[in-house]
Ligand binder design. Structure first.
Ligand SMILES: [Fe+2]
Length: 374
């Protein structure tokens, strides 16, 4: 934990499990949506598939922490149940926004058609048009046909509904059988959604066990099944669809945190880098949660900081001034992370962790008050 940071390239390789391709499946529990990150380790270029607006900070932090340059944020279709995070990602990273040209959404910089390919480093995704759930549905197939991202066309043991957004069960049958189940049996299939914890399937499994179209089912069986389904109208559609027709660009400017350029870590913690804290030192309370021995020891301390050891924090909350934002520090940023969580829970409105703690502060050359300055 306290060692020097790994170079981002070796960290990316390690995060990929030593494989040349990094793959992550992320989940939004509110909407049952899967988001996928794929990155070529050698070039550290990546693509994101179906990001969720509300999960932008999480996804952005993961990219930053793994050192990945995002080439494109792709959506499999204009979702009815959640707003895409593509525009936010475009704003944050400059990545392209990819969506089927057929959708006609605003802010798309990479209008996609059947047969297109999206390159990231030495790898690429092929674009297959798979309409039927909506008329603008795409599936993305990895170059070696080992993985495919099927959006809401084919779900694990199911399929997307066909009763709104120009859906059509005959079209969906053709899309699934001709464009998805025609892939190799061993091709792993990653859906756009699942509500019961099923994150992945394969072509062979869906051919055998898909309740609507697997086994001996025919197009007539599939269409009959889909037409008999009585599904409630998706309750977020009135917000989600107009939002997605703007690629997730909000109608009004986003008001970011007013007091500091907070970065939320993948662990979910508000953090600030040393340079910002050093530049705004006079407007902040620096709360040091190390032990008195450490504070007065050779590591030194940040001048003017308030010291409350972590185990005493809950009992001594009243000692923290409420008129300034609080930046919490410890040696390496681990105990201060816990303290930051405690202070947020206690209702302090403006609190952040110093990223990397005093260790990084010192490494970057910011001033310390030694024990003799106490
Ligand atoms: Fe959908």
């Amino acid at each position: 934990m306290t060692g020097a940071l790994e170079p981002a390239s070796s960290l990316t390789a390690a995060a990929a499990g030593g494989a040349p391709l990094l793959f992550r499946q992320l989940f939004d529990a509110d909407t049952g949506t899967f988001t996928y990150l794929l990155a070529d380790v050698a070039s550290r270029q990546g693509v994101l598939i179906d990001p969720v607006f509300e999960q932008h900070d999480r996804d952005r932090s993961l990219l930053r922490e793994l050192g990945i340059t995002l080439v494109a944020s792709l959506d499999t279709h204009a979702h009815a149940d959640h707003v895409t995070g593509s525009w936010l990602m475009h704003e944050a990273t400059g990545c392209a926004i990819g969506l089927a040209a057929a959708v006609g959404a605003e802010n798309v910089t990479l209008p996609l058609r059947h047969g297109d390919r999206v390159d990231f480093g030495h790898r690429h995704l092929s674009v297959r048009s798979t309409p039927g759930h909506t008329d603008g549905c795409l599936s993305f197939v990895l170059d070696d046909h080992s993985l495919a991202f099927t959006g809401d066309a084919l779900l694990v043991r199911g399929s997307g509904r066909c009763d709104f957004q120009q859906g059509d069960p005959h079209t969906l049958w053709r899309s699934i059988t001709e464009q998805i189940l025609s892939l190799p049996d061993s091709c792993l299939l990653y859906p756009g959604h699942d509500y019961t914890g099923r994150g992945v399937s394969s072509v062979a499994e869906e051919k055998a066990f898909n309740a609507r179209l697997g086994g001996a089912a025919t197009e007539r069986d599939f269409v009959g099944h889909m037409q008999a389904m009585k599904l409630p109208h998706p309750h977020r559609i009135a917000i989600a669809l107009p939002g997605n027709m703007r690629s997730g660009r909000p109608r009004e400017a986003i008001t970011t945190s007013s007091w500091a350029p907070l970065q939320r870590s993948y662990a979910g913690l508000p953090e600030l880098p040393p340079h910002w804290v050093a530049d705004h030192r006079d407007q902040l309370t620096i709360l040091d949660v190390r032990t008195p021995e450490e504070v007065n020891g050779p590591d030194g301390r940040i001048g003017g900081s308030l010291t409350i050891p972590l185990p005493d924090l809950e009992q001594r909350l009243a000692e923290i001034p409420r008129d300034k934002p609080v930046v919490v520090i410890c040696h390496a940023g681990s105990r201060s992370a816990l303290a930051t969580q405690q202070l947020i829970k206690a209702g302090l409105p403006q609190v952040a962790n110093l990223r990397g703690g005093l260790h990084r502060w010192t490494q970057e050359g910011y001033p310390l008050a030694g024990a003799d300055a106490l």
